[in-house]
Design a protein around this ligand. Structure first.
Ligand code: SF4
Length: 353
């Protein structure tokens, strides 16, 4: 593999990204966690906001995790935000970043990939990284249909140029993102073309993985308004969407859910919208009801429930699903995805109650 050509290509063509303009272990850690499973365009404004408020691990460690979740709101995969806060607390106690791979991997939420990225890019350690882009480049370069992770790590390490791991790792990832793309790879522009076995049939490698069938489920969410406020609930701190605010609800009928989770009796309910949302493990269809209830809400299932002024909801720690649901109910929140079939199936929805 012509690694010098790869490095030259990277240095001439790399994207101008904020965490590349100024490099530090903290900025690399934050950017790497944000970029996992997430498009760079989406990450950019979040990264700037995080650096403005948390320019160091100590600043984040001094803030409650709730504030980190608020700023993370809309970015998805919220365990990353909780892990980042936990890592900041650990770093603050340590008094700085560990200087070796083992120490980096002892930080919460830091696995081999993130340790490799922070170690190579920001600390000058000779560590490889493997992500989906790197996997694709090696699978094509050697025309391997079903490469194992262990094989890719071995190949990435075998070609690593000592003292230049940071650029090498980023070059492989950048090549996969910009040139050796999943569809229509641009082999004519590729610095690895001369030695690549996959040229001409690149899209065959790696072989497509069998699609997982994502199970489907239904749920309800309740909008109870009082004056200019609406009832919101904060989920328990651990588990799916832990610590985030949402409209109260869950799987089951409206009456059962509000009785068991909040101790409320439903007096009136009108179906106002349906919201579809796909997690990695589940496709959820939520029916949103506008309700009036008897009783005072109790946090039986949640960490906290309270009526929140509608104008302040946007700044809260909300999941993407909560954003879609709140927007579907007409509350002043930006939904981060296409969501809604409002009002159109009201009769059908009411029947599900
Ligand atoms: S020559 Fe084509 S298939 Fe080979 S690494 Fe480059 S872009 Fe990928």
């Amino acid at each position: 593999m012509d690694v010098p050509a790869l490095l030259r290509w990277y240095r001439a063509n790399r994207r101008d990204l904020p965490w590349r303009r100024e490099v530090s272990p903290w900025r690399t850690l934050v950017s790497e966690l944000m970029c996992q499973q997430t498009r760079i365009d989406t990450v950019l404004p979040y990264f700037d906001r995080f650096m403005a408020e948390f320019p160091s691990p100590e600043r984040m460690a001094a803030a409650p995790v709730e504030r980190v979740l608020e700023l993370w709101s809309g970015l998805g995969y919220y365990s990353r935000a909780r892990n980042l806060h936990a890592a900041a607390v650990a770093l603050s106690r340590l008094g700085g970043f560990p200087r070796d791979e083992q120490g980096l991997r002892s930080l919460p939420g830091v696995g081999p990939y993130t340790a490799g990225a922070v170690g190579a890019i920001a600390l000058g350690l000779d560590l490889p990284v493997v992500d989906g882009n790197v996997e694709r480049v090696f699978a094509r370069y050697y025309t391997v249909e079903r490469p194992t992770r262990a094989w890719i790590w071995t190949e990435a390490a075998r070609h690593l140029p000592r003292g230049e791991a940071g650029d090498y790792d980023q070059a492989l990832m950048e090549l996969g993102a910009l040139v050796c793309t999943p569809r229509s790879p641009r082999c004519l522009l590729c610095p690895l073309r001369a030695g690549c076995k996959g040229t001409g049939e690149a899209e065959r490698f790696p072989a497509a993985k069998a699609r997982k069938v994502v199970p489907r489920a239904t749920a309800i969410a309740a909008v109870w308004r009082r004056g200019g406020a609406v009832l919101l609930a904060r989920r328990p701190g651990t588990g799916l969407l832990g610590g985030l605010w949402e409209l109260p609800g869950g799987e089951g009928s409206l009456d059962e859910v509000l009785a068991s989770r909040l101790g409320l009796r439903v007096l009136r309910a009108d179906a106002v919208a349906t919201v579809s949302h796909t997690f990695t493990h589940l496709h959820l269809e939520t029916t949103v009801f506008s309700v009036d209830c008897a009783g005072e809400p109790e946090a039986r299932h949640y960490d906290e429930v309270r009526f929140v002024e509608e104008s302040t909801i946007e700044g809260m720690a909300l999941s993407n699903l909560a954003r879609k649901t709140l927007a579907a109910a007409g509350l002043p929140v930006k939904a981060s995805g296409r969501a809604l079939a409002r009002d159109t199936h009201a009769k059908e929805l009411a029947a599900r109650r």
